[in-house]
Design a protein around this ligand. Structure first.
Ligand code: ZN
Length: 313
C-alpha cells in the first residue's frame, strides 16, 4: 500500500490471502490485514482448499465485515486439464475439464456462505451451471455476488487455437455458457465485469500449450469488449456502466457515486471511436492477449482519479 501511494496513478485496493502463503493450510492474519487496509480475502490462483478452512475464513470475515472472493475449481476434476472439455479439446488433442469443475466448487461455497452468513463473491465465473447456482442463492436472499471477464463473455472454446494466448483459467467455455453469461450480465445476476488481467512475460508463454502458464491481459480491451455487447443490442449502455462502476463497488461494500464532495474518479469514454488493439503497442510489458489485431468501436478517452488526469488517449 505504501508502494501504491508512492507510484500508482490509480487507486489500489488490496485483497488479503485467506490462508498463509495461499497454501490452504493455516488461516492468514485476516484481522491484522483488515487494519492495514485490505478490502476482501481470497486465495485466488487457486480455490480456498477445503470446506473446513473456508468455514473458518468465512467466520472471521463475517465478524470483520469482509467479503470472501473465491476462485472456484474442484482440483480433482481440474488435474492436468488446460482447456474446456468438448469437441475442440478433442480436435486439438488437449486435456479438457468439464463445467462442473467450477460449479461443484460454487455449490460448496454457496452452502458454506449460508452456514456462516458471510458475504461470498465468485471470481471470474464462466459456466451456466455456476450462474444458475448464483441466481438461486440470490433468490434465497443470500449475500452472493459474481463477476464475469470480457474474454468469457466474448469468446468460446470453439475459438481456442493451439496458441497459448487462448490459455486461461477458468478456460473459455461453451457457446451455451457464453450466451448464459451475457444474459446474466443483462438481468443483474452478474454484479461486475472484472478483467482477471494476468500479464506473463513472452518467454513463459512461448512454450507448448500444456506447459504455458494460465492467464491473459485484459485492461486495455475491457471497455471495447463491453461496448461490443452494447452495439449488438445485448446489453444497455447504462447496465454496462454499472457493471464497471457501482457493481464492483457494491461487491466490496463501497459507496461510489458522482456527487458533490465525493472523490472525482471518472472514466470518459467514446462509444464510437474506431481503433485497433495492437498488443505490441500495449502500455503493458506483456502481450499475451487473444484480442491482438481486433478492431473496436469505442474506447476510454481519459481517466480522472481524485480530480487529476491519470490517463489520456
Ligand atoms: Zn482465479
Amino acid at each position: 500500500m505504501e508502494r501504491a501511494a508512492a507510484v500508482a496513478s490509480v487507486r489500489v485496493w488490496p485483497i488479503g490471502a485467506a490462508s498463509i502463503g495461499s497454501k490452504g493450510e493455516a488461516l492468514a492474519e485476516i484481522a491484522a490485514m483488515k487494519q492495514a487496509g485490505i478490502v476482501a480475502v481470497s486465495d485466488d490462483g487457486r480455490p480456498i482448499a477445503t470446506a473446513k478452512l473456508l468455514r473458518q475464513v468465512m467466520e472471521y470475515c463475517r465478524a470483520l465485515d469482509l467479503p470472501v472472493i473465491d476462485h472456484c475449481e474442484d482440483s480433482s476434476l481440474f488435474a492436468g486439464a488446460v482447456m474446456r472439455e468438448g469437441k475442440q479439446s478433442v480436435r486439438l488433442g488437449l486435456r479438457g475439464m468439464p463445467a462442473a469443475t467450477e460449479s461443484l466448487a460454487v455449490a460448496r461455497d454457496v452452502q458454506v456462505g449460508e452456514l456462516t452468513s458471510c458475504r461470498l463473491h465468485i471470481a471470474h465465473l464462466s459456466a451456466r451451471s455456476s450462474l444458475e447456482l448464483v441466481r438461486g442463492a440470490k433468490a434465497k436472499g443470500l449475500s452472493v455476488t459474481c463477476e464475469v471477464t470480457p474474454h468469457h463473455f466474448t469468446l468460446t472454446d470453439e475459438d481456442v487455437q493451439y496458441d497459448t494466448r487462448y490459455k486461461m483459467n477458468p478456460p473459455l467455455a461453451s457457446r451455451e455458457d457464453r450466451d448464459a453469461l451475457i444474459a446474466g450480465l443483462a438481468d443483474g445476476t452478474v454484479d461486475a465485469i472484472a478483467t482477471d488481467h494476468a500479464p506473463h512475460e513472452a518467454a513463459l508463454k512461448d512454450v507448448e500449450f500444456d506447459r504455458a502458464p494460465f492467464g491473459v491481459t485484459g485492461f486495455e480491451t475491457a471497455i471495447g469488449l463491453g461496448l461490443e455487447l452494447v452495439h449488438a443490442g445485448k446489453l444497455s449502455l447504462t447496465r454496462m456502466v454499472e457493471l464497471f462502476t457501482t457493481g464492483p463497488a457494491r461487491v466490496l461494500g463501497m459507496q461510489r457515486r458522482i456527487a458533490e464532495n465525493e472523490p472525482g474518479d471518472l472514466t470518459i469514454f467514446s462509444s464510437e471511436h474506431k481503433w485497433t488493439f495492437r498488443a505490441a503497442e500495449s502500455a503493458s510489458k506483456s502481450h499475451n492477449s487473444p484480442f491482438d489485431g481486433r478492431e473496436f468501436r469505442g474506447a476510454p478517452i481519459a481517466t480522472i482519479v481524485a480530480g487529476r488526469i491519470a490517463y489520456q488517449r
